[in-house]
Design a protein around this ligand. Structure first.
Ligand code: FES
Length: 128
């Protein structure tokens, strides 16, 4: 019995990366300054992108206090502070540190070839 010939790993052709329909591109990483924010709209959702040294975060761009946009707020220690009255939100969870009953939605992100992508399925499910 003959065993099938398996090519060495380095001879297996790399398949081009397929686009992932769950994620949507929302901007270039180099256009988002460190500890800066940027407002974007994806699938009709207002999102604020926030860049930290470790990660880019995406939160719904509406403060749960009076609805102000969060872009332009100040970012420090894993939090963003609303520019209008200063309510603070944890970037990783969206938990409101000023009123625990009023979190904001957080969307998973990833960076692909310096493009920031946000998970589309969660955007779609959180439209209401
Ligand atoms: S609107 Fe954001 S803290 Fe008041």
């Amino acid at each position: 019995m003959r065993l099938p010939v398996v090519p060495p790993h380095n001879l297996v052709p790399k398949m081009p990366r397929k686009p992932d329909p769950k994620f949507v591109a929302v901007g270039r990483l180099d256009e988002l300054p460190m500890n800066g924010t940027r407002a974007v709209v994806a699938e009709g959702q207002a999102i604020v992108l926030i860049r930290t040294p470790d990660k880019v975060f995406a939160l719904r761009n509406a403060c749960s206090h009076k609805g102000s946009a969060l872009n332009g707020g100040w970012v420090e220690d894993g939090k963003i502070h609303c520019p209008l009255h200063g309510w603070a939100y944890a970037l990783a969870s969206g938990k409101c540190l000023s009123n625990k009953a009023k979190p904001v939605a957080v969307f998973p992100t990833r960076i692909v070839n310096d493009i920031i992508e946000v998970e589309l399925e969660l955007l779609m499910s959180r439209k209401s």
